[in-house]
Design a protein around this ligand. Structure first.
Ligand SMILES: NC(=O)c1ccc[n+]([C@@H]2O[C@H](COP(=O)([O-])OP(=O)(O)OC[C@H]3O[C@@H](n4cnc5c(N)ncnc54)[C@H](OP(=O)(O)O)[C@@H]3O)[C@@H](O)[C@H]2O)c1
Length: 318
């Protein structure tokens, strides 16, 4: 299956930048050159990549009360698409995800989203962004990185596994690996833990030599994989920027202080009840110890969508 492409009309989705703290916060690394991004979003800059791991940012659309899916239909993007007041604001939400996917070398996703979004295909679709990505020398699609503790219930029939252009890596625990190998739809190759330059070279060689196999990384103890070890492997694979689309893993990365930024698009609809939020199945942070954020930028579309970007600050004490 070939990757789908879409045309987005820049005028319809053009955003109004109302706050810009990028210079103040030291964002000096430009993403790749793309006229469409300048037109719709304005300049997109990043902080320097940290040593030994990628720059990691997450992106979600949520209701004004922080829910990322309705309860009666849990397909996350409906939070934007079913904002009937501003269809182009919803398109702009999807386009921002395209922009971030396009800039990324890897996208982290969990089975929860793959199961509830059967059409998930995790790639950039905007033709202008794809052209700019190719011109910057990047492969057409970023790696899809599936995180799983249990190694079970990964929907391998999902479209993301059917696109030849999308390479994928499954990161799991030792217990998860025992389940995973029973379900894998084709041969796999194991990546080693990355502790030194020799390991980095081995990882790159294994990836180069086995393009048709599923890459699998096993780390941690029992059923708990080691996310810090995964970041080192992604770095060794050459990933400079990684987008996190898994809500549960996003929460986990904040617990491990490994998430640098989050892009939150607010669709001005209200969901209420016990609907899913980011990390709603995880252990919450304490009133005395929780991540803080600085506001990086805020954009608007009409009076119905707000697009915020935050960078995290950990270890902030009273
Ligand atoms: N509005 C939005 O922007 C947006 C974006 C994405 C998703 N969503 C919605 O959010 C819902 C899914 O949320 P979710 O949090 O359940 O799904 P998820 O994060 O995509 O997947 C959860 C799964 O990820 C794996 N996982 C979680 N933490 C892990 C860790 N520390 N290490 C390894 N694996 C880990 C586990 O897999 P195993 O069970 O295999 O161990 C877990 O069951 C869906 O309704 C989806 O549509 C909304």
């Amino acid at each position: 299956m070939a990757l789908p492409e879409m045309v987005f009309d820049a005028e319809e989705i053009r955003l109004k930048r109302i706050v810009d703290h990028t210079a103040l916060l030291g964002y000096e690394e430009a993403g790749f050159v793309c006229g469409k991004i300048d037109q719709v979003y304005g300049p997109l800059a990043f902080r320097k990549k940290p040593e030994g791991r990628p720059l990691v940012y997450a992106s979600y659309v949520m209701s004004v009360d922080g829910k990322i899916a309705f309860m009666d239909n849990e397909v996350g993007p409906l939070i934007a698409q079913n904002n009937y007041l501003d269809p182009n604001g919803a398109l702009a939400d999807f386009w921002i995800l395209n922009m971030l996917r396009g800039q990324s070398d890897g996208i982290i996703i969990g089975s929860g989203t793959l199961i509830k979004e059967p059409n998930y295909s995790g790639s950039a679709y905007d033709r202008d962004i794809l052209d700019a990505r190719r011109a910057a020398g990047k492969p057409l699609a970023p790696w899809t990185v599936i995180v799983t503790r249990s190694g079970q219930n990964i929907p391998f029939h999902n479209p993301v596994f059917q696109c030849e252009e999308v390479p994928f890596l499954i990161a799991t625990s030792p217990v998860g690996y025992q389940s995973l190998i029973k379900d894998l739809p084709k041969d796999h190759v194991l990546l080693p833990v990355c502790q030194n330059e020799d390991d980095q070279e081995t990882i790159r060689r294994v990836i180069r030599n086995c393009p048709d196999k599923i890459a699998v990384f096993v780390s941690g103890n029992e059923d708990e994989p080691d996310s810090s070890a995964l970041m080192k492997v992604l770095d060794a694979m050459g990933m400079e920027k990684v987008l996190v689309e898994s809500p549960a893993y996003c929460h986990h990365l904040m617990q491990k202080k490994l998430l640098h930024e989050i892009f939150i698009n607010t669709s001005c609809v209200f969901v209420g009840g016990q609907a899913t939020g980011i990390g709603s199945s995880e252990t919450p942070f304490l009133s005395t110890d929780h991540p803080h954020c600085d506001i990086v930028s805020i954009h608007l579309h009409q009076t119905n969508f707000l697009y915020t970007r935050y960078c995290f600050r950990y270890d902030v004490m009273p």
